[in-house]
Write a protein of this length. Structure first.
Length: 281
């Protein structure tokens, strides 16, 4: 019994770190036949019950990936009563995702003021149209921002970028300038502390898959990313995998559950109906 209690305690202590681990990639529209960027996030989290909901924001309406229990979970709300959104697309074509990082925080801001990434993404989705708008948002948010993350953004004008953001500053990596045409991100940054990097194994696995595939980059789409990254097995596909979402040009696809157990569906803003895209193909 003592051994069991000790194991349970260890599992509890490790869960926060394990539950915030995602694998993501942005592909520049410059290497895609339609000229539109693509963004993919494979989400690992302690809350496995994810859904996509429609929200009417201050300026733009949007689709957001949220934890299904956000209405009854006070941790997932701010004073406005809005949820943490873990990725989304708005009616202007602005899309955003994040991955948690553990190597950027360089201050003594208490934990009670951190973990606001989901609220920042809600705000971005309701007011931003372009990457430039998102940069203005980052510049004007009150400090400390309460974040330690990579934010991925694409827009309808072809903008495609990763932002490494901590409580007081941010650094941009323009995917349109990447020689490879894409950029893989997990749970570490280029500007943070090397000794605190997390998710290196998943970064190496995803990078190797994309570097070695015989499929031309012009043919990488939602099905390719689900089949080749989400379904690649460990260390990417895990028990804490909750969903996968892809913003591909003007389209949104998601697996609301482990991609090896649920079909891939296409989602639309409510003026169009939601439909299944036929599963993995």
């Amino acid at each position: 019994m003592r051994i069991l209690r000790s194991f349970s305690l260890l599992l509890f202590l490790l869960l926060p770190l394990a539950s915030e681990a995602c694998t993501a990639v942005i592909i520049s529209g410059k290497v895609r036949p339609d000229g539109k960027p693509l963004m993919f996030k494979h989400r690992d989290t302690g809350n496995l019950d994810n859904t996509i909901e429609y929200f009417r924001g201050e300026k733009y309406s949007f689709l957001g990936l949220v934890n299904r229990d956000w209405r009854t979970n006070p941790v997932a709300k701010n004073t406005r009563g809005v949820p943490e959104v873990w990725s989304g697309r708005n009616e202007a074509g602005f899309c955003i995702i994040n991955t948690a990082t553990y190597d950027l925080k360089d201050d003594d801001v208490p934990a009670s003021q951190m973990d606001r990434e989901g609220l920042v993404m809600y705000r971005a989705l309701e007011i931003c149209r372009t990457t430039a708008d998102f940069e203005r948002l980052l510049d004007t948010l009150s400090r400390p921002m309460g974040v330690e993350a990579n934010f991925g953004v694409i827009d309808a004008e072809g903008g495609a970028a990763w932002y490494e953001v901590n409580n007081h500053s941010w650094v941009k990596f323009d995917v349109n300038e990447e020689p490879s045409g894409y950029r893989v991100v997990t749970n570490f940054t280029c500007t943070g502390r090397v000794e605190d990097r997390k998710g290196v194994d998943r970064y190496e696995k995803a990078s190797e898959i994309l570097a070695k595939t015989e499929v031309p980059i012009a043919e990488w789409d939602h099905s390719f990313l689900i089949n080749n990254i989400s379904l690649s097995g460990k260390p990417i596909l895990r028990d804490i995998t909750a969903s996968a979402i892809i913003f591909e040009g003007d389209r949104t696809f998601a697996c609301l559950g482990r991609p090896d157990r649920v079909p891939l569906e296409e989602f639309f803003l409510p003026e169009k109906k939601k439909c299944c895209c036929g599963g993995r193909n």
